[in-house]
Ligand binder design. Structure first.
Ligand code: SF4
Ligand code: SF4
Length: 293
């Protein structure tokens, strides 16, 4: 719902979160990058319901992570964050060395009680398997979907095996992009059944942008069979406004799914079949040439 994607106002966004909390959704996944702290704080005020909150930052240094944690505490208006992740979507096997400073900061804030659990969000099957053996990590947030879209360092079978490995530990697991950013909406039931066949996961993070989508998902998880979701929701698309593109390449680096390349005229071009509509490319573009609609 935030500025990377639907760009709803704080008020409109908070109404949808408040509805979700009142209907029993008890876990909210956010990030420094998503810029959705204010509407979540407002929804908590409106309802008096404090959900489990996970946030994340891609800052690699101690100081960068400290600023990110304090921003989350201040803007969410909470005394502690339940889970704070290394936001490491596209990082590979050297991730724990890269985030060494940030990790030290997370461990210190956990000792102070400002963070209850340290996590990692990742698209990599290899990193998910490594996380199972990393003592610092309490919670893992891996991508998984029946089409295998967005998975780095392996197939969906490799990721599923890495999730199995986590299930044999005492670490928490919740699942990301089970509908592949909306691309699997036409196969909603099948895609959810696949995700729910994973072992040992505690929750599924699903993006929702309207009260209808919240109600649809709640009905599904309550075991009710309701109308075709494609009637209440449509898949998103990431678009490049070519006239604005200055060919700087920043979006190519920002995309965790390698979905952007230059076309023959040197303009950024998004490959629809690889795009998970995460929206990470939009804020990376200094020309505001990318929108997720
Ligand atoms: S092209 Fe943009 S929206 Fe699509 S996967 Fe890459 S970063 Fe996400
Ligand atoms: S970041 Fe923006 S300007 Fe740069 S290549 Fe991508 S779309 Fe073009």
């Amino acid at each position: 719902m935030g500025p990377l994607q639907k760009n709803l106002s704080v008020e409109a966004n908070s109404e949808i979160v408040a509805h979700a909390l009142k209907e029993g959704i008890n876990f909210v996944d956010t990030a420094e990058m998503y810029r959705t702290y204010e509407p979540i704080a407002l929804a908590i005020k409106k309802t008096g319901i404090r959900p489990i909150i996970a946030s994340k930052s891609n800052k690699k240094t101690y100081e960068g992570m400290e600023t990110a944690i304090n921003e989350a505490l201040t803007k969410l208006e909470v005394d502690y964050i339940d889970i704070f992740h290394l936001h490491a979507a596209r990082e590979r096997q050297d991730v724990f060395e890269l985030f060494d400073g940030a990790s030290k900061c997370l461990m210190e804030y956990k000792k102070k009680g400002k963070i209850k659990a340290i996590g990692i969000s990742t698209h990599s099957a290899a990193v998910t398997a490594m996380a199972a053996e990393n003592e610092m990590i309490d919670v893992v947030f891996p991508i998984i979907n029946m089409a295998g879209l967005g998975i780095l360092d392996g197939t969906k079978e490799d990721m599923s095996a890495a999730i199995d490995k986590l299930a044999a530990t005492d670490k928490g697991v919740y699942l990301m992009k089970v509908l592949a950013g909306g691309g699997l909406l036409p196969s909603y039931n099948e895609a959810l059944s696949y995700a729910r066949s994973m072992k040992g996961y505690a929750a599924i993070a699903m993006g929702m942008t309207s009260i209808e989508e919240v109600d649809y998902n709640i009905s599904y998880f309550n075991g009710e069979r309701v109308a075709d979701i494609t009637k209440t929701s449509s898949a998103k698309k990431a678009l490049v406004f070519r006239a604005l593109c200055k060919s700087c390449g920043k979006c190519l680096t920002a995309c965790p799914n390698n979905a952007i390349s230059f076309d023959e005229e040197g303009k950024a071009c998004i490959e629809k079949s690889s795009c998970l509509t995460c929206g990470y490319c939009a804020p990376a573009c200094p020309e505001f040439a990318i929108r997720v609609v």
